[in-house]
Design a binder for this molecule. Structure first.
Ligand SMILES: CC(C)(COP(=O)(O)OP(=O)(O)OC[C@H]1O[C@@H](n2cnc3c(N)ncnc32)[C@H](O)[C@@H]1OP(=O)(O)O)[C@@H](O)C(=O)NCCC(=O)NCCS
Length: 227
């Protein structure tokens, strides 16, 4: 049995008809972003989520009431969810990419990362588990940036599926090597869950993107538009 997951890609935009779908709290958050590119990524993600989930549920896009309560501290920065429906979704945005993953009956997480000139050797200490650091260090320098962002997006997708986000340590997750099929090899700590499936997505050159679903079953991922 395969678990179907739909992945929707968009470029950031900021049109009046998109802003019109934001309820007051989301509009207030939109207004607080100082940079136009942050406003566009945010409104595009919420527009994508509202239109796709409205089509699935039969509800009006502007009527969908997302909750974002953090299960750990109760603050308003948790994984967005749609209570009362057996559908889970996850949003991510980076650079010129906005992505939404949607599934029924399973928790999903998605992450897209623009490959940047960040200090990956320093970040590797904070992101990679000890065996991953060995794999990473053994790579030729020209392959390290790609490998680091692959690890990063896979790990963040897993932690967004559980809803922990960066509140859980990325170093506790031990994943397969970036060039291999993505899978969790070991996971210690409070955030760990028994069944995780991972898939790499196709965001185009200069980006890494991954999807995670908390299920023992293989995934059937469909990307829109198709890569
Ligand atoms: C979730 C998180 C990893 C996203 O990091 P990022 O790389 O900056 O951003 P991305 O674009 O990939 O993802 C952002 C989206 O993730 C979603 N999101 C937010 N919190 C989330 C969480 N805890 N789990 C899953 N998804 C989450 C939102 O849809 C958000 O999009 P929005 O801006 O439209 O609301 C990061 O914001 C985080 O860890 N937040 C939680 C912080 C926290 O829990 N702190 C203390 C706990 S008490």
């Amino acid at each position: 049995m395969e678990t179907p997951i739909q992945v929707h890609w968009s470029a950031p935009a900021d049109e009046p008809h998109m802003r019109d779908l934001l309820p007051a709290a989301e509009r207030a958050r939109y207004d607080r972003f100082a940079r136009p590119e942050d406003k566009a990524r945010f409104v595009t993600g919420r527009f994508l989520a509202r239109t796709v989930l409205a089509a699935r549920t039969g509800l009006a896009p502007e009527s969908l009431a997302f909750t974002t309560e953090c299960p750990h501290c109760g603050a308003d920065h948790g994984k967005p969810r749609l209570p009362g429906h057996d559908v889970d979704f996850s949003l991510s945005h980076s650079g010129d990419r906005v992505v939404l993953a949607v599934a029924e009956g399973v928790q999903v997480g998605v992450d897209v990362e623009r490959e940047s000139d960040r200090d990956i050797d320093r970040l590797a200490e904070m992101v990679l588990a000890a065996p991953e650091r060995e794999t990473f260090a053994a790579l030729p320098p020209e392959r390290r940036r790609r490998a680091f962002h692959t690890y990063w997006s896979r790990k963040e997708a897993v932690l967004k599926a559980t809803g922990h986000g960066l509140a859980a340590p990325m170093t506790a997750l031990h994943l397969s090597a970036p060039g291999a099929d993505p899978e969790v090899l070991a996971w210690d700590g409070d955030a760990a869950v028994p069944s995780v499936r991972l898939a790499d997505l196709t965001p185009g050159p200069g980006y890494a993107a991954s999807l995670a679903a908390l299920t023992p079953h293989p995934l059937k991922v469909t990307e829109h538009p198709r890569p």
